[in-house]
Design a protein around this ligand. Structure first.
Ligand code: SAH
Length: 499
C-alpha cells in the first residue's frame, strides 16, 4: 500500500476536544509527527504501536525547522507508512498546515485533512467568553501577533478598530504591549473590555480580565505566558459571569490515579469531569492463577457450599473462567448464594447473569464477614487474591463459621513511566494520589522504588485497609466514608471546600 499523510487538528489541549474523525485516524497511525502545542493528554491517545516524532523541539530547545518537517513527512509517506501529522488547534489556523500540504502535493504523496477545534475560539469559550454575541459583536477577527523575524507587526489597527468586532490574537504574548498600543493609537476606547486566556482548556488554564488600557500591565503582573490568546471586545465583559471551566470544583488540582492495568479509567474521567488534571498510573495487574487445582476441586464439590464470596471483579473473572474451563455454566450454581464486597464486584457478577444475594452496607472485608456471620449456616467458599487481608476470615472464624479460602488470582506490579512519576511526586506536583486497594499502594511503591519523599500529597483511600497500607509508608491519608469511586472523588471535592 502506498503511504499517506493525514493532517489532524489536535484541538487546544482538552483531549475531549479532539474530533471523532481525528481519533479514528490517529488510532490507525503508524507514524505520528507532532508539535509542541499538542497536549500530553492527546499524545496519550497515540497507539503504543505507532512511532512518535516530536518536531516541537530537537536536541537544542529549538523546534525542527519547517523544511525539515516537510522532509520527514515526505520520506515517511514515500516509505509506504500511514502518517498522521498532529497539530495544535486547527491545522489551517496559523498552523502552517497549508504549507505542509503544498509540499506533499508537489511530492505526489496522498494526503487529507481533519479540521480541529481552534484555540482561538475554544480557549475563549473555556474562559467564559463567547467569540460573538448579538449585543457586543457582529464580526470575529483572528489575527497573528507574531512578526516575521526582525520585522514590525503587520497589523492594520485602523481597519480592526473600524470593524467593531471581537478581536482574537494568537501568538501575541511577546507583542502584547505593541498590540494594545496599536489599537489605542488607532482610536479604540481604552475602557474596551479585554482578556487573555493562558493554557486554555487545560487544567492549568488561567484568565486575565482587564480593559484595553490595563491589559498589558495586568498580564505582566500575573506573569501570563505562552500559549495564550488575547481577546479584545465587549464579549470579554461576560467572562466573569460565564466562566464555568475554572469554577469546576477541582480546577487546578492534580491527581495521580493508580489503578490495575486492565481496569477502565472511570476514576480518571470522574476526576477530569470535576476539572482536575488526572494522570493515570496503571501500576498493577491482576492475573488469574491458572491452572488452579484448589478452585477446581472446590467447584467440583460446589453443591456442598452455601455461599460463594467475592471481594473483587478479578475474583469473579477467575472463578468464571475456571467454571467454564470445567465445562460447566451458571446452572452449577443453582441453590448457592452469592456475596459481593461492594457494588462494583456485584456488577461483575451481574455481567455473567448472576445477582449478588448479599452486599454489606459498608463495603469492606470486616463488614462483609459480619454480614455473612449473621446469616450463614453452611460452608463458605472465599475466592480471593493470593495476598488478601485476614479481616474476612477472622470475622468468620470469630463466628465459628466453616470456610475455605482459595487464592484465585495474584497481583503483579508494573513500572510504566516510573521515573517521571517519581520525579513529579517528589517535586510536589500532585495534590492527591488515589488508592483503590492496598495492592495499588504496593504497586505505586514498587514502581517508583525505595526512598522517595511521600509527604507532598494526600492519599485518597477507598477504605480503612487501603488507608492502613498507605499510612505504613508515611503517606497522609483521607479515607472515603463509603468504598465507592464516587465517594473517593467526593473526598477530594470536600477537602477543597474546606480550604
Ligand atoms: N493552529 C493553532 C494555533 C497555532 S499558533 C490553533 O488553531 O489553535 C499558536 C498560538 O495558538 C499560541 O501562540 C497561542 O496564541 C494559541 N494557542 C494554542 N493553544 C492554546 C491554548 N491551549 N491556550 C491558549 N492559546 C493557545
Amino acid at each position: 500500500m502506498p503511504g499517506k499523510v493525514t493532517l489532524v487538528g489536535a484541538g487546544p489541549g482538552d483531549p475531549g476536544l479532539l474530533t471523532l474523525r481525528g481519533l479514528e485516524v490517529l488510532s490507525q497511525a503508524e507514524v505520528v509527527v507532532y508539535d509542541r502545542l499538542v497536549s500530553p493528554a492527546v499524545l496519550a491517545l497515540i497507539p503504543p504501536t505507532a512511532r512518535r516524532i516530536d518536531v516541537g523541539k530537537n536536541a537544542g530547545r529549538h523546534p525542527v525547522p519547517q523544511h525539515e518537517i516537510n522532509k520527514i513527512l515526505l520520506q515517511e509517506a514515500q516509505a509506504g507508512r500511514n502518517v498522521v501529522r498532529l497539530k495544535g488547534g486547527d491545522p489551517f489556523v496559523f498552523g502552517r498546515g497549508g504549507e505542509e500540504l503544498e509540499e506533499l502535493a508537489a511530492g505526489d504523496v496522498a494526503f487529507s485533512e481533519v479540521p480541529g477545534v481552534t484555540s482561538a475560539i475554544a480557549a475563549a469559550a473555556y474562559g467564559g467568553i463567547p467569540a460573538t454575541h448579538r449585543d457586543y459583536a457582529s464580526s470575529l477577527h483572528i489575527i497573528t501577533g507574531h512578526a516575521r523575524e526582525g520585522a514590525l507587526l503587520e497589523i492594520d489597527f485602523e481597519a480592526l478598530v473600524r470593524a467593531k468586532g471581537t478581536l482574537i490574537f494568537l501568538m501575541g504574548v511577546t507583542a502584547l504591549p505593541q498590540i494594545t498600543a496599536g489599537l489605542l493609537a488607532a482610536g479604540m476606547n481604552p475602557a474596551t473590555p479585554a482578556a487573555m486566556v493562558e493554557n486554555g482548556t487545560l487544567p492549568t488554564q488561567r484568565r486575565c480580565v482587564a480593559t484595553l488600557g490595563t491589559l498589558a500591565e495586568r498580564a505582566a503582573e500575573m506573569k501570563i505566558g505562552s500559549p495564550s490568546i488575547i481577546i479584545v471586545g465587549g464579549v470579554c465583559a461576560l467572562g466573569s459571569r460565564l466562566c464555568w471551566f475554572e469554577a469546576q470544583p477541582l480546577h487546578g488540582r492534580r491527581v495521580l490515579v493508580t489503578r490495575p492495568k486492565d481496569r477502565a479509567g472511570t476514576l480518571l474521567s470522574k476526576f477530569r469531569a470535576m476539572g482536575a488534571e488526572a494522570v493515570e498510573f496503571p501500576c498493577i495487574e491482576t492475573q488469574p492463577i491458572h491452572p488452579c487445582p484448589a478452585m477446581e476441586q472446590a467447584l467440583g464439590r460446589i453443591s456442598h457450599c452455601e455461599w460463594l464470596v467475592f471481594t473483587s471483579g478479578a475474583g469473579v473473572e477467575a472463578f468464571w473462567t475456571c467454571l467454564r474451563a470445567m465445562g460447566q455454566d451458571a446452572r452449577a450454581l443453582s441453590g448457592i448464594k452469592l456475596a459481593a464486597i461492594g457494588p462494583a464486584t456485584a456488577k461483575s457478577l451481574e455481567a455473567h447473569g448472576l445477582t449478588a444475594d448479599l452486599v454489606p452496607e459498608t463495603y469492606d472485608a470486616a463488614h462483609l464477614g459480619e454480614a455473612l456471620a449473621a446469616t450463614a449456616s453452611g460452608k463458605i467458599l472465599l475466592l480471593r487474591a493470593e495476598d488478601a487481608s485476614q479481616a474476612l476470615p477472622a470475622a468468620l472464624e470469630k463466628a465459628g463459621i466453616l470456610y475455605e479460602d482459595i487464592p484465585v488470582y495474584r497481583t503483579v506490579y508494573h513500572h510504566p513511566d516510573s521515573p517521571s512519576i517519581r520525579e513529579k511526586l517528589e517535586a510536589g506536583y500532585f495534590d492527591y494520589v488515589t488508592f483503590t486497594s492496598a495492592s495499588t499502594v504496593k504497586g505505586l511503591l514498587s514502581a517508583i522504588g525505595p526512598g522517595p519523599d511521600l509527604t507532598h500529597f494526600t492519599g485518597l483511600c477507598i477504605g480503612p485497609q487501603t488507608a492502613a497500607e498507605a499510612e505504613k509508608h508515611g503517606i497522609t491519608v483521607k479515607t472515603a466514608p463509603q468504598a465507592t469511586i464516587d465517594a473517593l472523588v467526593n473526598l477530594a471535592v470536600k477537602m477543597d471546600e474546606k480550604v
